[in-house]
Design a protein around this ligand. Structure first.
Ligand code: GTP
Ligand code: MG
Length: 155
């Protein structure tokens, strides 16, 4: 079964969109195979978007991706790459139709909420880059540590 790499970008995490995005993939019929909240450093961002290295916006793209935590995910399903990209919508939110993730949640190409691999080959490359050999695992982000839950009375 095909897999794809999807990442909620820092603006998506900041705006509380992880749940909605995960939900859309689940409802579409994808199976979640890996997920982790992480902070990307510049070398990883540069490798991930290596094909855009010569573009005028490359520096801005790397600044954006490293500006906060991202949620990296592996989703599996039939035609996973193409189905994910149709859920995500066009690169420029101005052109992304309502009903797609970028059409519903983004305004500007420089902060378009989510990434999806553009080919099965790139999907496997990106999964290796972000998950190494552990793509089947579910990761929990534990830093900073949770000290207490405000809604639970200790006993
Ligand atoms: P990804 O799923 O993030 O790879 O987007 P995409 O495949 O729809 O588009 P592409 O790979 O061509 O571009 C990668 C990312 O570069 C886009 O998602 C945008 O975040 C960013 N980007 C593209 N064009 C511009 C631009 O003109 N200015 C800026 N600042 N960022 C851009
Ligand atoms: Mg792309």
């Amino acid at each position: 079964m095909e897999r794809t790499f999807v990442m909620v970008k820092p603006d998506g995490v900041r705006n509380g969109l992880i749940g909605d995005i995960v939900s859309r993939f689940e409802k579409k019929g994808f199976t979640l195979r890996g997920i982790k909240l992480m902070h990307i450093d510049r070398p990883l961002a540069e490798r991930h978007y290596g094909e855009h290295r010569e573009k005028p916006f490359f520096g801005e793209l790397v600044d954006y991706l490293t500006s906060g935590e991202v949620c990296a995910m592996v989703w599996e399903g039939k035609h996973a790459v193409a189905n994910a990209r149709s859920l995500i919508g066009k690169t420029n939110p101005v052109e992304a139709v309502p009903g797609t993730i970028r059409g519903d949640f983004a305004m500007d190409v420089a902060s378009n909420v989510v990434h999806g691999s553009d080919s099965p080959e790139n999907a496997e490359r990106e999964i290796s880059l972000f998950f190494g050999d552990s793509a089947a695992a579910v990761y929990l982000f534990t830093s900073p540590p949770l000290t207490h839950s405000p809604n639970v009375t200790p006993h």
